[in-house]
Design a protein around this ligand. Structure first.
Ligand code: AHG
Ligand code: MN
Ligand code: MN
Ligand code: MN
Length: 335
């Protein structure tokens, strides 16, 4: 039973035996992530004071202009995980291909791979709005002792052993699951310690918030258009409130606390939507399900999709269980 206000360090030690494979490797991995998160938090907080906002000047494989903080966060997480030699491979939204980590004796002995969106919500950096980091952890499927292959990264989300996000908001939080519920830790910046502020987070079964970029309405499938109209109807507990920050981590974090649905559908402009299955949808889906919510592509469970490519995209409907089910009903009319 998580104890409110215990530190993340204490929590990890106390719950280590609950991890699926308790060699201590996963605990050390989470420890490295919390360290990297503190470094990124420190940099994000300085944005505006030092020359760290704005374009980096390159385009990533997603076709997006990389922001300086995208690059900084990516390098920080990769460096922290590589230096500690606790993972055998990393895949990132910001890298064309996955990175192989051989280990100190070139023995490829580590068991876990990490997939990440180092900075989610880049477009919000310059305007001082919350951004995040998302991570997803799998046990490798190829044998220990050999370099990782693509197969280790292209696992369905239901094989995740842990997933989490960091939200750099009015306060900085680390929220994660190892398959045994979801716990949220808040950073005390003066002490540099994370404290358990949100034990056993649960997604309200219903909510009154819908989050979608309605500017793209004309391009949405009919099922999504119909669901938006349903949200806006004056009936029962509707109309719902519309809230869209444009940082998925922040939008979903808010909805998890207050109750709501987040949708990034496919459109006539983006056939599979925008969000990346491996770095964004899968980890958030795992967290949301662990908190009692639901995540789908409008028709089927996100976590059961077998990925074909590292940077694959997927339509994403996630949030309060009943709200996602209702959206799926509208989608089913046009399947
Ligand atoms: P990223 O900054 O990691 O590329 O992700 C941005 C994503 C996500 O955070 C957000 O929900 C979505 O893009 C917003 O997209 P639109 O501006 O198209 O609504
Ligand atoms: Mn991006
Ligand atoms: Mn993102
Ligand atoms: Mn990103």
């Amino acid at each position: 039973m998580p104890k409110k206000n215990q530190t993340l360090g204490e929590f990890i030690i106390e719950n280590q035996q609950d991890f699926a494979y308790s060699s201590g490797e996963l605990s050390r991995l989470i420890n490295s992530i919390r360290l990297a998160a503190k470094v990124v938090n420190h940099e994000v907080n300085k944005a505006g004071l030092v020359d760290i906002i704005g374009n980096f000047g390159e385009t990533n494989i997603q076709g997006e202009d990389q922001q300086k903080l995208d690059v900084m966060a990516n390098e920080t997480f990769i460096r922290t995980l590589t230096n500690r030699e606790i993972v055998c491979g990393i895949a990132s939204e910001e890298n064309d291909d996955f990175i192989t980590i051989a280990g100190c004796n070139n023995d490829h002995k580590n068991k876990y791979v990490v997939l990440m969106d180092p900075l989610d919500g880049s477009s919000n950096i310059d305007v001082n709005v919350s951004v995040g980091t998302i991570f997803s952890i799998y046990r490798r499927v190829t044998p220990v002792g050999s370099p990782v292959t693509k197969e280790d990264f292209l696992q369905p989300g239901n094989k995740q052993v842990a997933a989490g996000y960091i939200i750099y908001g009015t306060s900085t939080m680390l929220v994660y699951t190892t398959g045994n519920g979801v716990n949220g830790f808040t950073l005390n910046p003066a002490l540099g310690s994370w404290y358990l502020s949100h034990p056993e987070m649960t997604f309200p079964e219903v909510g009154k918030i819908y989050s979608i970029n309605e500017g793209n309405y004309v391009h949405f499938p009919q099922g999504v258009k119909d669901y938006i109209k349903y949200c806006q109807e004056e009936k029962e507990d509707r109309p719902y409130t519309s809230r869209y920050i444009g940082s998925m981590v922040s939008d979903i974090h808010r909805n998890m606390i207050k109750g709501g649905i987040f949708i990034y559908p496919k459109s006539s402009k983006a056939f599979n939507g925008k969000l990346r299955l491996l770095y964004e949808c899968n980890p958030m889906a795992y967290i949301v399900e662990q908190a009692g919510g639901k995540a789908s592509d409008g028709f089927r469970r996100i976590l059961d999709i077998k990925p074909m490519e590292l940077h694959q995209r997927a339509p994403f409907f996630c949030g309060s269980k009943k709200m996602v089910e209702k959206a799926e009903e509208f989608m089913a009319n046009y399947e």
